[in-house]
Design a protein around this ligand. Structure first.
Ligand code: MN
Length: 418
């Protein structure tokens, strides 16, 4: 039980509020009354009192005026009026500026055509898809029809499950859709033609993104917020501020979007992402989340994984593995993710054949290795290759190199750069 020690109107107001929050507490006016109390969990001290020294519970004191040392008045923590006002000012300002931003979004939505084109980047990921779904919900509330467009592949079976479960309807970008002008929205990217299949001249009316850019587009509502882990976080904030119900499927979709973009809530995550997670976790469909978590694999991918496992060669922590003829190059990233977990392997590359091309995908656990550069230097003279420091990919013609040469080039470059 909490105890408030003090008297006056502030004490009774604070007691009312704590009561409304459902916390069991008691108000006492004088220090001697404390002696008779059992099981005190904490004391809030309001006003001047001489406390017994070192009580067996934490003491938090409220003091008007200038901050003093809490120990001087026998408290562990001091709530002084100035910091309290400052803290609350900042919290309320943040809330209010979020609400204002959402109402700006709603205002610009209202001014757009009745039919909106929402675009995602190529090979849209769960963050882009969930955010577009959320945007559609908001737009619908204000009487707008929405078509969601993408290019490239949906690829990963996790994404297919995601689409099935959420029932989101997406269309492939087709040059004809630009014949008739309709309002344009970019979600999870901001620049036409970069990592997306939009013609360069397309100008967005609305942009909601979290990737840094050197070019801020002109448009009616442009939100490029880089102090955030995912577009799903921005959309969660807008849905809450616009008072739109987040149903269990939408909640799971947004939560999954945040999760994927923050590497499982571990990297590139901000307090606002955590606030969004906290809200979504209470409504999200946990069965759907678990389904997405298991990250299913198509049977053809699993078969190719089997081939790659039996063909794998490990030397000095470097694994190369031939997956044979594969159904699609999208199988390779999933396969190499499984291979690189082998103990004592720090870097892995898997490759497989589709038609007359060899596709490659690699992963590394070495912090100091730039795998994108390794792949580039190993294969750019005979094909295309590159990527990120920990994940890279490539493509070469089957005619120009045999498996042995392909594997040797990879091992040599890793050793050289590692
Ligand atoms: Mn994203």
């Amino acid at each position: 039980m909490y105890v408030i020690l003090g008297k006056g109107s502030l004490v009774s107001s604070v007691s009312d509020i704590i009561g409304k929050m459902g916390k069991d507490h008691l108000v006492v006016e004088e220090v001697p009354e404390l002696q008779d109390l059992k099981s005190v969990d904490g004391l809030l001290l309001i006003g001047d009192h001489d406390l017994p020294s070192h009580p067996p519970y934490p003491v938090i004191a409220y003091e008007r005026g200038i901050y003093t040392n809490p120990e001087d008045i026998g408290a562990n923590v001091l709530i002084d009026e100035a910091s309290m006002v400052a803290d609350h000012f900042l919290i309320e300002m943040e809330k209010y500026s979020g609400i204002r931003l959402t109402s700006e979004l709603v205002e610009s939505l209202k001014n757009l055509d009745d039919n909106l084109m929402v675009f995602m980047h190529d090979n849209p990921d769960p963050d882009a898809i969930a955010s577009s779904m959320a945007f559609e919900r908001i737009a619908k509330k204000f009487g707008k029809d929405v078509n969601i467009y993408y290019s490239g592949e949906i690829g990963h079976p996790e994404n297919e499950i995601f689409l099935e479960a959420t029932g989101v309807h997406m269309l492939k970008i087709d040059p004809e859709i630009f014949d008739e002008y309709r309002s344009v929205v970019f979600i999870d990217f901001s620049k036409p033609c970069l990592n997306n299949s939009l013609p360069k001249h397309i100008r967005p009316d609305i942009v909601i993104d979290h990737h840094p850019t050197d070019h801020i587009p002109s448009g009616d509502f442009i939100q490029i917020d880089t102090d955030i882990g995912s577009a799903s976080t921005l959309m969660t904030e807008h849905m809450i501020n616009a008072d739109i119900d987040i149903d269990p499927t939408m909640g799971a979709a947004l939560l999954h979007g945040i999760k994927v973009d923050t590497h499982g809530f571990l990297k590139n995550i901000y307090k606002r992402d955590l606030d969004a997670i906290w809200k979504l976790i209470k409504v999200a469909d946990t069965e759907l989340l678990e389904l997405l978590e298991r990250s299913p694999m198509n049977s053809s991918t699993l078969r190719s994984l089997g081939v790659a496992i039996s063909n794998r060669v490990v030397e000095d922590g470097i694994m190369t593995a031939f997956a044979g003829d594969i159904t699609t190059k999208d199988d390779l990233p999933q396969i190499v993710d499984q291979l690189v977990v082998e103990r004592d392997v720090h870097t892995a590359m898997v490759y497989g054949i589709v038609d007359d091309k060899i596709y490659l995908s690699s992963r590394s656990k070495l912090a100091e290795l730039d795998l994108g550069r390794v792949m580039k230097e190993a294969y750019s003279d005979i094909g295309e290759a590159g990527g990120h420091p920990h994940a890279a990919a490539g493509k070469v013609d089957k005619e120009v190199i045999d498996n042995e040469g392909l594997e040797m080039r990879f091992r040599e470059e890793v050793k050289y750069h590692g």
